[in-house]
Design a protein around this ligand. Structure first.
Ligand code: OGA
Ligand code: MN
Length: 301
């Protein structure tokens, strides 16, 4: 069967068929996937169940994996678990447990790992257990959001730097890091506008972790970030993925935002396992070099 990409929305997303990921992927097929991610931003592979080691092998094709650190229950592995299940016992965690407050952070629109100095290229999420209702993952395109701006607006956006801060984003849902935990996540800077090196198309790096515009008064920066997010995430622009066990979804963290939708965390089980591919080479681009020079000059003064 031939590899096929069926678009999901006009702006982004494609459903991929004609491949069995666990049978190994030829170089030409992988080149097609890589090209498709640049074009579609979200790739849905229905019914491709993977073991942990198969997910790791598949993920490594895309680039270096981020190790999971800190508060996520899968800390110390290459997986991030989005789940209401205790990692050791497999039983449902009480809603008042701090770990569930942490999970609720994912109900906010975000791109993964923007609170890290080295940003992420893409994430790969596999559905292991899904609730009968709710627990979708929703996506919007920040490339479409950028491209909808006028030329003057784009010129201003192109010049801005954003501070991303994990303590701020988890704080928005009432989750507080201990001082030791917070020390793992100092605020970091990224260009607001990201340029895809293959297509040249631009997108906005915004979402829950975006806390401030560098050099702007706090209120003015927060207002612009809230406005951009609001425009980008209008309901008619959303693709909501209803999971089946065995689905694999890959998204480009440079050009889409995503969020989890609510589900009955008391009576239903959900286990999603993510690998995150990092994008260290972007730090060599002029936009990132400029930011780093600026940051170092401030640290030194
Ligand atoms: C993630 C995430 C959303 C979900 O894995 O990065 O935000 O629906 N997941 O679990
Ligand atoms: Mn996420």
């Amino acid at each position: 069967m031939a590899l096929r990409f069926e678009p999901i929305r006009p702006e982004f997303g494609a459903r991929v068929s004609g491949v069995t990921l666990n049978l190994g992927i030829s170089d030409p097929a992988f080149s097609e996937f890589r090209r498709a991610l640049d074009e579609y931003s979200v790739l849905v592979f229905p019914d491709q169940p993977m073991s942990d080691s198969q997910q790791i092998d598949f993920s490594r094709l895309w680039g270096p994996l981020e190790p999971t650190k800190g508060v996520n229950p899968a800390s110390g592995t290459f997986f991030a678990r989005q789940s209401n299940l205790d990692i050791a016992t497999g039983t449902i965690i009480s809603t008042s447990d701090r770990r569930m407050d942490y999970q609720r952070g994912n109900y906010q629109w975000h791109a993964d790992s923007t609170f890290k100095r080295i940003p992420s290229l893409c994430s790969i999420l596999t559905a292991r257990e899904v609730p009968s209702e709710g627990g979708n993952t929703e996506f919007v395109s920040t490339r479409a959001a950028y491209e909808a701006k006028t030329e003057d607006e784009r010129r201003e956006l192109d010049s801005l730097t954003v501070e991303h801060d994990f303590s701020v984003s988890r704080g928005r849902v009432g989750f507080k890091f201990s001082p030791e935990e917070a020390a793992h996540y100092p605020p970091v800077w990224h260009p607001l506008v990201q340029t895809n090196p293959v297509t040249g198309r631009r997108s906005l790096l915004i979402g829950a972790h975006a806390a401030a515009i560098v050099d702007w008064p706090a209120e003015k920066g927060a207002a612009l970030l809230a406005h951009l997010l609001d425009r980008a995430t209008r309901p008619e622009l959303v693709y909501s993925h209803r999971w089946q066990v065995g689905d694999v979804v890959i998204w480009d963290n440079r050009s889409v935002l995503h969020r989890a939708t609510a589900y009955d965390t008391v009576n239903r089980r959900r286990l999603m396992q993510r690998t995150t591919i990092s994008n260290p080479t972007v730090l060599e681009t002029p936009a990132y070099r400029q930011i780093e020079t600026r940051r170092l000059s401030i640290v030194a003064s």
